[in-house]
Design a protein around this ligand. Sequence first.
Ligand code: AHM
Ligand code: MG
Length: 334
Amino acid sequence: MTIFKTLGQFIIEKQADFPYAKGELSRLLRDIGIAAKVVNREVNKAGLVDILGDAGQVNVQGEGQKKLDVYADEQFIKALQNGGECCVVASEEHEFPIDIDSEISKNAKYIVCIDPLDGSSNIDVNVSVGTIFSIYRRDSIGGRPTMGDILQKGSKQVAAGYVVYGSSTMLVYTTGKGVNGFTLDPSIGEFCLSHPSIKVPARGTIYSINEGNYRKFSSGVKKYIKYCEEEDAATNRPYTSRYIGSLVADIHRNLLLGGIFIYPATLTHPNGKLRLMYECNPIAFIIEQAGGKATDGRQRILDMEPTALHQRSACFMGSSEMVDKVEQFLRSED
Ligand code: AHM
Ligand code: MG
């Protein structure tokens, strides 16, 4: 019988790698893993129980919330509140950060930014969705954490990860020492190490972009798409176009196979669509830790100075040579 290493065992084993090895970050990651299992259970039942469809509310982004958006948001917040290691949660679903000011969390040092259910427009049609999380350590000492504690650059993340609720459910995370992936074994209810030390190939043959927006792209992005479509045996072109419309699923595929994911600025979304704090930054941290590259077309995403919780950024992420190439086309616009 093959013995798998569980997420819990792996986290404890790696605890000594953390800069502050007191077990707090390990417990926080464990709490996120538990909430992911609860959300996974509900996502899996979708269609059988009354959990599909709209919740009838609109979130801060002006997007209609799905029932599962609301459910996932509640589960992650509850797990972080009960765990005691997190002092504040910033969620896509809430305009303002949620201050966790309780007896058990009074010395908590960690801040979690989360997109509880990413790609939720795909839920009703049984396409993969995900959770994305980003973890910071608070800078200030004493009192309640401030907005400045939350709005840290992506390079200051101490951990980040995503869960993809797909044909199998996986949790992939980094603490700045490489990227590891765990697959949920439903028979034992545990995430088990299945993808150790994930590395994204330096070049791939997949490009992922919503080409329906083609007319709204800049000339550099249009030229890069044309480049992807051209025939060239030396670079294996034409590349394959793959776009699910669930960031986590698109990134997960390109991380494993090699490829580029692009959500550029468009005429209607001049800063792109994806949110810096809980979509771009955590994914950029993972991509870089896997040896890839993540920029907004010019600047490293992890170096961007955040100014607002729900701010957006363009993103070009994945295999390093592919990101270099698209940046060449973008520079030619200048
Ligand atoms: P969400 O967080 O509201 O689900 O939106 C983010 C999603 C990403 O998962 C995905 O990459 C993107 O929106 C797709 O957008 P579009 O439909 O414009 O291509
Ligand atoms: Mg999202």
